[in-house]
Write a protein that binds this ligand. Structure first.
Ligand code: SAM
Ligand code: SF4
Length: 325
C-alpha cells in the first residue's frame, strides 16, 4: 500500500471509531517530509469531524513566579539558573479576579493558575484555594490549575472547588527525562497525573518539543500521551531562555512540529490539542497552519515569563482561517 493510501486508511479508521494502533502511529510518524501536508490535511479533517470549528482559547496567570527549587533545564524560572526574570509570591485574590474577568471578557473559555514551584506548601495551597473561591464567585470562568505535585487531599479539594482540569506535563520522553531534570523523575510526574485523575479532575498534559530529543523520543512522548488519553494535550515548542542550559538550542523544523501535532490528532481524535508556549516565537504564522493540522486550542495574551499576541489579534487570525473563536 502506498503511503498516501496508508494515511487515508488510518484516517478512515479514526473517523469510524476504530482508531489506529501504536504500530500504525509509528508508521505515520515516520512518513517522508514530502507527505507531511497530506498527513496534516487528514488530521485537520479528523479535528473538524470530532470537534467542529471551535478553537479552545485559554489565558494563563503565573501566580507564583521564578525561584523554583527544581532544575528543569528549559525553565527560566528555576532557581538553578541566572535568567534575570523577576520573582514574586502569590498575588491577592482581588488581583486575580480582575485578570480572570479580563480573560473572560476577551473570549477565553478557561483560566489557568500556574505556579513556579515543585509543589504547593500547605499554607500556599490554602491561599490558592481562596483565590479559586473568589474567581468562582465573582467571575465564573472555567478554572484550571498547574501547581506541581499534589497530594490526594489537595487534588480532592481542587475538585470540590470546581476546578475543571489539572495541568501537569510529562515534558519529554521517559528516555530523555533524566537529561532535562535531576531534582524529580518522570515517574513523579506520572504519579501526580494519576492522583489528579483519581480525584475526578480532567487531565491536561503534554510537554516541550525541541529540547534536543530525537524524533524517536518525540514519538515515545506521543505514544505515552495516547496511552494516558487526557482530555487536553498541551504542546510547547521550546523558547530558549538566556541563562538556561538550553539557551543555544536550535529550532525544530516546521515540518517536524506539524508531524507531532498531526499524529497526536490521529491518536486522540476528541481531545483538545493546544499549541502552548513558543507559538509566536517559533511559528511565523502564529499557529495558523497548526490549527489546520490537528491542533484546536491556543493560549493567548502571553505566557508565564514572556508576552504573546493580544487576544484580539489571535481571534482575528482564527476567524481569518474560517474557524470559530
Ligand atoms: N511548576 C509546575 C510544573 O513544572 O508542573 C507548573 C508550571 S511549569 C512553569 C509550566 C510549563 O511551562 C512546564 O511544564 C513546561 O512544559 C512549560 N515551559 C517552561 N519553560 C518553557 C520554555 N522555555 N519553553 C517552552 N515551554 C516551557
Ligand atoms: Fe519549576 Fe515547573 Fe520550571 Fe520545573 S518547569 S523548574 S518544576 S517551574
Amino acid at each position: 500500500m502506498s503511503t498516501s493510501d496508508f494515511i487515508k486508511e488510518c484516517q478512515e479508521n479514526v473517523l469510524s471509531g476504530v482508531g489506529i494502533t501504536s504500530d500504525e502511529a509509528t508508521r505515520l510518524f515516520e512518513i517522508p517530509k514530502e507527505l507531511i501536508k497530506e498527513l496534516a490535511i487528514a488530521a485537520n479533517q479528523i479535528t473538524r469531524e470530532f470537534n467542529g470549528p471551535k478553537v479552545d482559547i485559554e489565558q494563563l496567570n503565573n501566580i507564583k513566579k521564578n525561584s523554583c527549587s527544581e532544575d528543569c533545564s528549559f525553565c527560566g524560572q528555576s532557581a538553578f539558573f541566572d535568567t534575570g526574570i523577576e520573582s514574586y509570591q502569590l498575588p491577592t485574590s482581588d488581583e486575580v479576579v480582575v485578570r480572570a474577568q479580563k480573560a473572560k471578557d476577551e473570549g477565553s473559555e478557561s483560566y489557568c493558575l500556574v505556579a513556579a514551584w515543585r509543589e504547593p506548601s500547605p499554607k500556599d495551597f490554602d491561599k490558592v484555594c481562596n483565590i479559586i473561591e473568589q474567581v468562582n464567585d465573582k467571575v465564573g470562568i472555567s478554572i484550571e490549575c498547574s501547581l506541581g505535585f499534589l497530594t490526594k487531599q489537595q487534588a480532592k479539594k481542587l475538585k470540590e472547588l470546581n476546578v475543571k482540569r489539572y495541568n501537569h506535563n510529562l515534558e519529554t520522553a521517559k528516555s530523555k527525562f533524566s537529561e532535562i531534570c535531576t531534582t524529580h523523575t518522570y515517574e513523579d510526574r506520572m504519579k501526580t497525573l494519576q492522583i489528579a485523575r483519581d480525584a475526578g479532575l480532567e487531565l491536561c498534559t503534554g510537554g516541550i518539543i525541541g529540547l534536543g530529543e530525537t524524533p524517536k523520543q518525540r514519538l515515545e512522548l506521543v505514544l505515552e500521551l495516547a496511552a494516558i488519553y487526557p482530555e487536553e494535550v498541551t504542546i510547547n515548542i521550546l523558547v530558549p531562555v538566556p541563562g538556561t542550559p538550553l539557551e543555544l538550542q536550535t529550532h525544530l523544523e516546521k515540518s517536524e512540529i506539524i508531524r507531532m501535532f498531526s499524529v497526536i490528532r490521529f491518536l486522540l481524535p476528541e481531545s483538545v490539542i493546544k499549541i502552548s508556549g513558543g507559538r509566536e516565537t517559533n511559528l511565523e504564522d502564529s499557529g495558523e497552519e497548526l490549527l489546520q493540522s490537528g491542533a484546536n486550542g491556543i493560549i493567548t495574551s502571553g505566557y508565564l515569563t514572556m508576552g504573546g499576541n493580544e487576544a484580539e489579534k489571535d481571534i482575528k487570525m482564527i476567524k481569518k482561517i474560517g474557524l470559530e473563536a
